[in-house]
Design a protein around this ligand. Structure first.
Ligand code: ADP
Ligand code: MG
Length: 614
């Protein structure tokens, strides 16, 4: 059925419509046509590789499995040649003249759904072969099928309604596509420009790509190889290339999955958390590939926000190459990928924490903030994330830390809640008045040093069926000590003193009572405001938020065993004026420990007054 004279064909109506949009589109990223044509070439080579397994007679069997690009800036052309399976005459008609393939179909469907002829849609769908017409005056496809029976052909079109096919002899196997560039697209005849595009999109295509005789892609698609055959240095080199990093990665996860999706992923945790170092918020950096061809270098929804510190690649065969571009059309698929990868990475961290606790703690010191963010905000992964959190505690040594799970194993049968205290560091928390009551009762208290901790603990709320509660929270009820220390004020005297204190301090306190929490310190202040903790209040003040200035409800708790209280009890009748100054000072001291003293100037004046009377 071959003819030697050119035969003219009309494009199928849909293709004509598509070409009309493509050729007239103002879509700015015209360079994607390179990616499309190179990925077609790679597909054709992949298919040939398969064909070679079963077929003995293959045309031009010596041709290497490679892709060659040449540019000619005088003739204003770019040529892409592959030695893949090629196309027969019938295949040229079928593949390039009708709408047989997914990407363009989806594109037209989106247009059909009532949308405007929108140039940006091209970018989202990648219209495959036809994207060449964004830059082409004319496209010539020289094709020779791997089948030996048929001669080669030239397919030719200027993208306006029709195309021609004629026999063309003397050809290599595969396809050679020659694009004559439009006058405003001559940049694509420049070696430098094409090199840059190829390096960006096709660095990991598994077949050698050359541009004007020079090999372009040397870094391999490491993620598709078996773990056992990859050397440590190869991983490191790949990471540095891919993440544009200078240091080695600190952690690495290389995994593949078959179900529910075919995934090959290679993920890295960098050495430093640059967000923590004060640099700007990290942007997603795990790239999405489909069979080694880049789909999106920085897809927004591939991973949850709190995993934005990860680098690396995810390659999924299940991703239709032509769909999902900038805005990721196929949301459901991306969400599925997201779930699988996130779950796997969490499992990996869990295993790291168990197998290499020191390395995990190093990671945690740098990147724990992200896990906390996830624990507080990502409801779907909260439970797994909370398990990964680590805190120092009143029972750990300095710089050692515990998980919540370990904390729970140490809880006595009486203890119903998990206690924590926030403060700048261990010394601050240990020297404050809040811990002593817990220490005396042998109750473990977690130490939280980071500003976000309180927010995180509040959002997490529960672990293993137990409530997380701040040890300085008004709701905390402690049991009586088995042996109350001796030498305390009597119950009556204590009552008298607390009543007097309430009177002396007036509006500054909501309530004054004897404390169960105190062992050594004379007094402590409890923020009795259920809705705003001291810490939240400081944050609101810092952010200049409304409501930060409303007076907070303070409960003052005193220690009837403290020498200060005994002395105060004596002076409150003997020298009431001075006693009142002392009472105010005790309250201010307690507020300082609670981080609630807002204006120290009054206190300074009062202190001088007290000092006068010494
Ligand atoms: P897709 O790659 O999604 O199928 P394209 O528009 O990119 O869509 O390509 C259309 C079809 O043309 C391909 O499916 C393939 O059959 C054929 N084709 C394109 N380029 C080549 C090539 N270099 N070698 C062999 N066949 C090709
Ligand atoms: Mg394609």
């Amino acid at each position: 059925m071959t003819t030697t004279t050119p035969q003219k064909f009309e494009f199928q109506a849909e293709i004509a419509q598509l070409l009309d949009i493509v050729t007239h589109s103002l879509y700015t990223e015209k360079e994607i046509f390179i990616r499309e044509l190179v990925s077609n070439a790679a597909d054709a080579l992949e298919k040939l590789r398969h064909t070679q397994l079963t077929e003995k007679e293959i045309f031009d069997d010596q041709a290497g499995l490679e892709i060659n690009l040449t540019t000619d800036d005088k003739a204003k052309t770019i040529t892409i040649q592959d030695f893949g399976i090629g196309m027969t005459r019938a295949e040229l008609v079928e593949n390039l003249g009708t709408i047989a393939h997914s990407g363009s179909k989806a594109f037209l469907k989106a247009l059909g759904a009532g949308e405007q002829k929108n140039a940006s849609l091209i970018g989202q769908f990648g219209v495959g072969f036809y994207s060449a017409f964004m830059v082409a005056k004319s496209v010539k496809v020289y094709a020779h099928s791997w089948r030996t029976a048929e001669p080669g052909h030239l397919w030719l079109s200027d993208g306006s309604g029709s195309y021609e096919i004629e026999e063309a002899g003397d050809q290599r196997r595969g396809c050679k596509i020659v694009i004559e560039l439009k006058d405003d697209c001559t940049e694509f005849a420049s070696d430098g420009r094409i090199k840059e595009i190829l390096e960006r999109y096709s660095a990991f295509v598994s077949f050698p790509i050359s541009l004007n005789g020079k090999r372009i892609n040397t870094v391999q698609a490491l993620w598709l190889r078996g773990k056992n055959e990859i050397k440590e240095e190869e991983y490191t080199e790949f990471y540095k290339f891919q993440a544009h990093a200078y240091e080695d990665p600190s952690l690495r996860l290389h995994f593949s999955a078959d179900a529910p999706l075919a995934i090959n992923a290679l993920l890295f945790v960098p050495q430093e958390n640059t967000e923590k170092l004060g640099l700007s918020r990290l942007e997603p950096a795990v790239s999405l590939y489909c069979r080694r061809v880049l789909i999106d270098a920085a897809p927004k929804d591939l991973l949850p926000d709190w995993l934005r510190f990860l680098k690396g690649v995810v390659d999924s065969e299940d991703l239709p190459l032509n769909i999902s571009r900038e805005t990721m059309q196929d949301k459901a698929l991306i969400e599925k990928l997201n779930r699988v990868i996130t779950k796997r990475f969490l499992k990996f961290l869990d295993e790291e924490a168990a197998a290499r606790p020191d390395s995990y703690l190093k990671f945690y010191a740098n990147f724990g903030l992200f896990l906390k963010e996830g624990a507080a905000l990502d409801f779907a992964h909260k439970d797994q994330l909370v398990k990964l959190l680590r805190f120092e505690s009143s029972l750990t040594d300095k710089t050692k830390s515990t998980s919540l799970a370990d904390y729970v194993t140490r809880m006595g049968s009486e203890q119903k809640e998990i206690y924590y205290l926030t403060g700048a560091n261990r010394t601050t928390i240990e020297s404050g008045p809040y811990l002593e009551g817990f220490k005396a009762r042998n109750l473990e208290v977690l130490f939280c040093y980071e500003p976000v901790d309180e927010y995180v603990m509040n959002n997490v709320r529960m672990f293993d069926g137990r409530r997380l509660i701040a040890a300085d929270h008004a709701d905390v009820k402690l049991t009586n000590l088995p042996q109350p220390p001796e030498g305390a004020l009597s119950t009556d005297d204590t009552k008298t003193l607390t009543t007097w204190l309430k009177e002396a301090l007036g509006d500054r306190v909501a309530e004054v009572k004897a404390s169960e929490r105190l062992v050594d310190s004379p007094a402590l202040a409890i923020n009795a405001d259920k809705f705003m903790s001291a810490h939240m209040r400081r944050m609101m003040k810092a952010m200049d938020k409304e409501g930060a200035d409303t007076p907070i409800k303070i409960n003052l708790e005193i220690n009837p065993r403290s020498a200060v209280m005994k002395r105060l009890f004596e002076t409150h009748t003997a020298a009431p004026d001075r006693a009142k100054l002392v009472a105010e000072q005790i309250l201010d001291n307690a507020l300082i420990s609670a981080g609630l003293l807002e204006d120290p100037t009054k206190m300074v004046a009062r202190l001088y007054k007290l000092l006068e009377s010494v």
